[in-house]
Ligand binder design. Structure first.
Ligand code: NAG
Length: 376
């Protein structure tokens, strides 16, 4: 439930960034996202719609995002502010360079997930646009905003901010998927520059964090604070990862893979693909003893049951899956080892739309994936 007060507070974001009634705001993210329970999106949509009503600005809506038409649209409608997610700016940078690409009135971009490398390239190509990164969630009790346009940061902390929004970064054990506790059972602050877990938001409330009886929300995000107090997003932990700008819930994908008759057990996680943002879906799968792997069957099941972004691109056959002491799937080693057939001895398969099947991932397939991703 999002109260009007929360929506109004979120609207403050646009005022804070200096939007006025004469601004033209271009939004190309589907509005149904506001109904989805993706907290960050929700925050953005609220910022956008309520911010607009507050400031009286004009909103330009686009049915689907088109990288090739983006700057044309901006010129046509005199757009001054656009909304983005990290991937969107990457897609714009991937477009062939045009002579008039600095010819527009866009002054500001508001969104989240913009990575440093794309951020630099974007400014260099399309001119001096103020990119305003926001980190926040509707159900969470904190929001970071990067007013200063510091590349790579989601916001900046200071003494007064910490007085109002008490937050902390604590050390996190990736293998065991829980915060590090010292011998007295308390969590530990991270050093400047070190990545830690921001202790806020839904799902899990951590108790006895720094003193007995205190409680923090666990946001599930890994973040770091640098020496100038800028706060940077590093990664998400646990059961979801981002691909194509969407959150993929690995538990959901795991369940759907489990419906296939020859699959005994699956473990779904995200792997980094050189040259692309986020993590591509991969599944470690145990095939039932009396069965064999059927790429075509799996392909049609995945196509029918999963959205484009959630379909595992890579499959890895396993004899067994490692478990933690609390019987949670141990994914850390799998994530780390990626999908390179040269370094993995188990059979690997790749989601091939042209073959309508999962086909063996050979070294040459691997090489072409990596080189295509780098070029795009
Ligand atoms: C954009 O600005 C120009 C120049 O100020 C104006 O002539 C034109 O009508 C504007 N276009 C729109 C769609 O508002």
């Amino acid at each position: 439930v999002i109260t009007h007060l929360q929506a109004l507070k979120a609207a403050g974001g646009f005022w804070a960034y200096g939007a006025t009634g004469s601004d033209v705001i271009y939004t190309l993210l589907p509005l149904y996202h506001s109904a989805a329970s993706l907290p960050m999106r929700l925050c953005l949509i609220h910022l956008l719609i309520h911010g607009l009503i507050n400031s009286g600005a004009t909103c330009v809506l686009k049915k689907t995002f088109s990288a090739s038409q983006f700057w044309h649209d901006c010129r046509k409608h005199n757009v001054t502010i656009f909304q983005y997610i990290g991937e969107l700016c990457r897609y714009l940078c991937n477009q062939p360079t045009a002579e008039n690409e600095k010819d527009h009135r866009v002054l500001m971009g508001v969104g989240n997930g913009l990575r440093q490398d794309i951020w630099r390239e974007f400014l260099q190509r399309f001119g001096d646009i103020r990119m305003c990164e926001i980190y926040g969630s509707t159900e969470g009790n904190l929001c970071f905003m990067n007013h200063l346009g510091k590349i790579g940061a989601v916001g900046r902390s200071n003494f007064f901010y910490k007085l109002i929004f008490k937050y902390d970064l604590v050390k996190y054990e990736l293998v065991r998927e829980e915060p590090v506790r010292d011998c007295s059972g308390f969590c530990q602050h991270v050093q400047k520059g070190e990545t830690g877990l921001k202790q806020l938001t839904e799902k899990k409330i951590l108790r006895d964090v720094f003193v007995t009886g205190d409680a923090y929300f666990n946001s599930g995000d890994l973040m770091a604070e640098d020496n100038d107090d800028f706060i940077c997003f590093r990664d998400r932990v646990g059961d979801s990862f981002r691909w194509k700008g969407e959150n993929v819930a690995s538990t959901e994908v795991t369940e759907i893979l489990g419906e296939v008759d020859f699959i005994q057990e699956a473990s779904v996680y995200g792997v980094q693909v050189p040259g692309s943002e986020g993590r591509a879906g991969m599944a470690a799968v145990i095939v039932r003893p009396e069965c064999s792997f059927d790429g075509k069957k799996l392909f049609s099941h995945v196509l029918r049951e999963l959205s484009l972004y959630a379909r595992p691109l890579f499959i890895r056959l396993q004899e067994s899956l490692e478990m933690t002491s609390t019987f949670k799937q141990q994914k850390f080693a799998l994530v780390e080892s990626g999908f390179d057939p040269c370094s993995i001895s188990e059979p690997l398969f790749f989601l091939d739309y042209s073959e309508k099947s999962y086909v063996p991932l050979t070294s040459s397939v691997y090489d072409s994936i990596v080189s295509i991703q780098k070029k795009v």
